[in-house]
Design a protein around this ligand. Structure first.
Ligand code: PRP
Length: 217
């Protein structure tokens, strides 16, 4: 069989997950010097690893992997749930742990009364599915960031957002009403890449899984 010498391309989510992902790659023996010294460069070689790292925003990691311009990606379950892309989610990487939660102003009786509640969120699809599952009609308003502002300014009764340490909620007089789901980073793979470069991807996935099992035990 013809050997494909193109490096496997992996898209990493910039920001919160970046450090843990690079640490994982280094623990597998990949030389991530180019990532540490990236400056403003966005495509970074991993010498000798036959791997190439691309840095992107979470939603774009999914888009690049779905379209096959990146073979694999590391992205949060939050963005995967919101985007519902056509790809394989192969490994729960165990880092980037946080949760989706419904939160309101502290002591606000969210479930009282019959009026339709308004929810502000960066994740309208996740919010819609959560309330549909409860057979509860809500109005959803999409917000791009600092969602906690919406109930404080009187725009919404509650928010569905990511809670990691709980500090943002606490410092703004908000509290969790109910957990929606747990979140962590996932390794995703393009469906065609998995067929065309099965051996290389399986080797990589096995190394990742072995490392995760080792650090969990
Ligand atoms: C996320 C999330 C919360 C905050 C939760 O926002 O939307 O606002 O982190 O973290 P905590 O529980 O540890 O306080 P992010 O910092 O990503 O920025 P954003 O608010 O602009 O979306």
């Amino acid at each position: 069989m013809l050997k494909n010498n193109k490096p496997l391309r992996i898209a990493l989510t910039k920001g919160r997950l970046e450090k843990d992902t690079v640490r994982l790659l280094e623990s597998l023996g990949y030389d991530c010097t180019a990532v540490h010294e990236k400056g403003r460069r966005l495509i970074l070689p991993i010498p000798d690893g036959n791997l190439e790292v691309v840095l992107a925003k979470a939603a774009d990691v999914i888009t690049y992997v779905e379209h096959g311009v990146c073979d694999m990606g590391v992205v949060g379950k939050d963005t995967l749930m919101e985007m519902n892309g056509k790809l394989f989610e192969l490994v729960n990487l165990g880092f980037g742990k946080c949760k989706f939660a419904l939160a309101t102003r502290k002591d606000y009786p969210f479930y009282d009364g019959f009026g339709i509640k308004t929810i502000a969120t960066k994740y309208p699809n996740v919010t819609k599915a959560f309330f549909e599952n409860k057979n509860m009609d809500v109005d959803i308003i999409k917000i791009e960031g600092s969602v906690e502002l919406a109930p404080l300014l009187g725009l919404a009764d509650g928010i569905v957002d990511i809670v990691e340490t709980g500090t943002t909620l606490k410092e703004n007089g908000l509290a969790v009403v109910e957990d929606v789901s747990q979140i962590s980073a996932r390794l995703i793979v393009n469906t065609v890449s998995l067929k065309m470069r099965q051996q290389e991807i399986e080797n990589f996935v096995q190394k990742v899984e072995a490392k995760i099992n080792e650090s969990e035990n």
